[in-house]
Design a protein around this ligand. Structure first.
Ligand code: NCD
Length: 305
């Protein structure tokens, strides 16, 4: 059923119902036990990365290897024929005949969606400009579910660059399938875009508040999801300089939090979480990267086997 619904691939968090998410959370949990298997033997994953990546690309590649499949691809457009002027459409048409599934990251907002028009195999959106990053959000939900045991009833703060950060757009939309209280915490210039807020209000009836000072609500939060200020998306570098250090989580902030509180981050972090926080049991961003591997094994297995 899941495979049939997502036969074009995973493009947007909007396409997921609560049932779809819960199914993948279950499959992700099961994958935590699967160190190595041959369920995807004979299958080939193509990773097409037109923007930098560490975790997303390597966890998809590792997931494919762990399930017995093979991987081809490139990590930069500098080494593909795009450098010679080839269109994305022609690249996709070509790569689809060499592989069974494509994972793509591209600076253009509609890139993954567009790729589905030129491919008969599933496309996975691994980041489309500042728009979405749905598989990151799926692994974020797996992390919360595994660490806190539930999603309903939680107070979740999402903080940092809510304007340009693609992970937070997908995260807010996926979380809107659950009974959560969301706090969008950002400087005024980097608030969540209207199109996402409207979707949350009109289509999902989810409760959210927009605030600037996270310290005011730190004691009620179950989860704080921090993000990097997305330097590469700023048109005005002076504006970036003004906001780049707007939030720096302090060790003493941890004292304000509840015992079960969790601090998350999709990574990479720059200055917003100093390394001295890493030792705290409440800091789970490196565990989160590991849940990413399991979620991506689940996604590949669902779409391919
Ligand atoms: C994120 C991304 O690429 O959007 N990284 C990731 O996939 N974990 C977050 C970011 O770059 O800030």
């Amino acid at each position: 059923m899941f495979r049939e619904k997502f036969k074009e691939g995973i493009i947007s968090a909007r396409d997921f119902t609560r049932e779809d998410i819960e199914y993948l959370l279950k499959r992700g949990h099961e994958m935590m036990e699967v160190q190595s298997s041959d369920i995807l033997s004979g299958k080939i994953l193509a990773t097409l990365f037109f923007e930098p990546s560490t975790r997303t690309r390597l966890s998809f590649e590792s997931a494919m290897h762990r399930l017995g499949g093979k991987v081809i691809g490139f990590q930069s457009e500098d080494v593909s024929s795009v450098k010679k002027g080839e269109s994305l459409a022609d690249t996709i048409r070509t790569v689809q005949s060499y592989s069974d599934i494509i994972v793509i990251r591209h600076p253009m907002e509609g890139a993954a969606k567009m790729a589905t028009r030129f491919a008969d195999i599933p496309i996975i959106n691994a980041g489309s400009g500042s728009k979405e990053h749905p598989t990151q959000a799926l692994l974020d939900l797996l992390t919360i579910k595994e660490e806190l045991g539930r999603l309903d009833g939680l107070n979740i703060g999402i903080m940092g660059d809510l304007k340009y950060g693609r992970t937070v757009h997908s995260l807010a939309m996926l979380l809107s399938n659950f009974e959560v209280n969301l706090y969008f915490i950002s400087p005024k210039e980097l608030q969540m875009r209207n199109r996402y807020k409207q979707y949350l209000i009109q289509q999902r009836e989810v409760k959210f508040k927009e605030i600037t000072n996270y310290r005011k609500i730190l004691n009620v939060l179950d989860v704080l999801y921090m993000t990097r200020i997305q330097k590469e998306r700023f048109v005005d570098m002076e504006e970036y300089e003004r906001v780049k250090d707007f939030y720096v989580f302090k060790k003493k902030d941890l004292k304000q939090t509840q015992p079960h509180f969790k601090l998350m981050h999709p990574l990479p972090r720059i200055t917003e979480i100093p390394p001295e926080i890493d030792k705290s049991e409440k800091a789970i961003y490196f565990k989160q990267t590991n849940y990413g591997l399991h979620m991506r094994k689940a996604i590949l297995a669902e779409l391919l086997s």
